[in-house]
Ligand binder design. Structure first.
Ligand code: IPE
Ligand code: IPE
Ligand code: MG
Length: 249
């Protein structure tokens, strides 16, 4: 086990009461293509530049006390991109998971895969499953790698499995509630803070069920320019929000 390495700038996480730190942060890592375009580079160079952002953010999440990160790496809609970009992203995701596994394990990070296997490269699934197995007992932080993930797909797949269990008489349909369905999801934890980079203000089918009461923070920074300080800034915004969950004072 190792502790997170402090940020190269010497920056320290803001001091906030524990109750103001989000437990689960969903991160839409957006803006790689625009970052590359601004530099006259191919879109793939933007994806490459985004790798460091995620792993710096994970170290900053540990430093500040976040317990779970869901990182959107490839959506069920991203298959619509050019065959060249899709191919690049598949190979890139496989390599990133392989390359970062030892480091995540040393930090005590539990890596989990959220997403569908349909269409996904077998080599990507193999790396994700290997990472899951090796890090299964880690407790410092859970990193959900959302690869071939879509919120609607996740809910449909959960509904199908629930239906099977009802048919097999394992579950009484009259007793199905939110808790029941949640157990069938890839990510069963509510999102507290939903963070998206690049200035786009939309969900793009990420963590639909889990974000029912998430605080939304959209920041005008392209993903490759993100680091742990971006997360801390988002958490400071989050800490000022008044979360009511439908109640009234
Ligand atoms: C996010 O960056 C990465 C993935 C969707 C895989 P984009 O590739 O969407 O970058 P922009 O939005 O085109 O700038
Ligand atoms: C969401 O970003 C998916 C990921 C970050 C992996 P997109 O760039 O695909 O979303 P849209 O197309 O702008 O909604
Ligand atoms: Mg995008």
């Amino acid at each position: 086990m190792r502790k997170p390495t402090p940020h190269s700038s010497g920056a320290k996480p803001p001091k906030l009461a524990k109750s103001l730190i989000p437990n689960h942060v969903a991160v839409v890592m957006d803006g790689n293509g625009r970052w590359a375009k601004q530099r006259g580079l191919p879109r793939t160079a933007g994806h490459e530049a985004g790798e460091a952002a995620l792993f710096d953010l994970v170290e900053g999440a540990i430093e500040i006390g976040v317990k779970e990160i869901s990182a959107f790496a490839f959506s069920t809609e991203n298959w619509k991109r050019s065959p060249e970009e899709v191919k690049f992203l598949m190979g890139f995701n496989r390599d990133v998971i392989r390359r970062r596994l030892d480091d995540m394990h040393e930090l005590g990070v539990r890596v989990r895969w959220a997403g569908r296997d349909r269409k996904l490269w077998k080599s990507v699934i193999d790396e994700l499953e290997r990472a899951e197995k090796i890090t299964a007992k880690n407790k410092v932080l859970t990193l959900n790698m959302c690869v071939n993930y879509g919120g609607r797909a996740e809910i449909i797949d959960a509904a199908i499995e629930l239906g099977k269990d009802i048919k097999a008489k394992k579950i009484d349909p009259d007793k199905v509630n939110e808790k029941t369905l949640t157990k069938y999801l890839d990510v069963p934890t509510d999102v507290d803070l939903f963070l998206r980079s690049s200035g786009e203000e939309r969900i793009s089918n990420f963590m639909l069920w889990q974000s029912a009461y998430a605080e939304m923070v959209f920041l005008d920074v392209l993903w490759p320019d993100v680091d742990r300080r971006t997360l801390w800034h988002a958490i400071e915004i989050y800490a000022k929000r008044d979360r009511r969950f439908g109640s009234a004072k």
